[in-house]
Design a protein around this ligand. Sequence first.
Ligand SMILES: C[S@@+](CC[C@H](N)C(=O)[O-])C[C@H]1O[C@@H](n2cnc3c(N)ncnc32)[C@H](O)[C@@H]1O
Length: 293
Amino acid sequence: MQGEGTACSRPDHGRAGTVYLIGAGPGDPELLTLRALRRLQQADVVVYDNLIGDGILELAASGAERVYAGKRCSRHSMPQAEINQLLVSLALAGKCVARLKGGDPFFFGRGGEEIEALASCGIPYEVVPGITAANGVASYAGIPLTHREHAQSCIFATGHLKDGTVNLDWEALARPHQTAVIYMGLGGLQVICRQLVRHGMPAATPAAAVQSGTTQDQRVVTGTLDTLPDLVAAVGLKSPVLLIVGEVVKLHRRLAWFAPELLDRAASISECLPSESQRLDPVMLASMQRHNT
Ligand SMILES: C[S@@+](CC[C@H](N)C(=O)[O-])C[C@H]1O[C@@H](n2cnc3c(N)ncnc32)[C@H](O)[C@@H]1O
């Protein structure tokens, strides 16, 4: 039980504050839900992870304290037990806490462990779901996760296990007519591609690696199970990266609409238009430019 070992002793005065466990989405601040924004603005303290997109923290109240509790791959900057204790202690001190997590807190996010600790100390909490990396990244990369002609199901897995190994249910991942989405798979990319082929996927199966999806740093590398590891190494993709494997990846070439490389230019063009009513949203303008090239 994750709540075990968390000290709950309550000071004599006052009531405990509430902890809002908030999914901050995959990066683009505009993908926050209305409730996430409202809860974030109510918080006295914001405890946030390293995958919180630029611009999201700025939406918190200006006087709110900000505490970084991020982790990068296996380098844990704050152990989970310490994060649990921090949330409990802040709430027991009467603070209203926004616990911001990338994507959705219950999707490869250890949100369950954090609220177990809160529940074991009788602290009120609320969970605000977020757009997962899989949803956001696939949308911004123009890769529909299911498609009647290509994939009737989708499977999600994490490519980084607690003990550092990559030991997945390869048979389940390699099934045909399915899209496989693999989180935290950059370090194990070569092993993942090799094992999928060994378990029956054709080496020519389309595969994509998407870095920092939904943000200005988004980069999409597409290839096949055979070629993707070398292509990713050549480009030098950096975490966070999401892997998408399956026939749907072929659609990227035709359906990609988000053009981060054109955003700066689109923003300056939009600024130059004489009246505000004529101005187009830069994301839309960049997308239009991409389609015209
Ligand atoms: C600890 S998991 C968090 C997942 C999150 N809770 C969710 O609902 O998507 C972190 C991994 O999510 C993926 N990820 C998160 N944001 C991403 C982004 N903007 N672009 C690509 N991958 C992302 C990467 O695989 C990263 O290593």
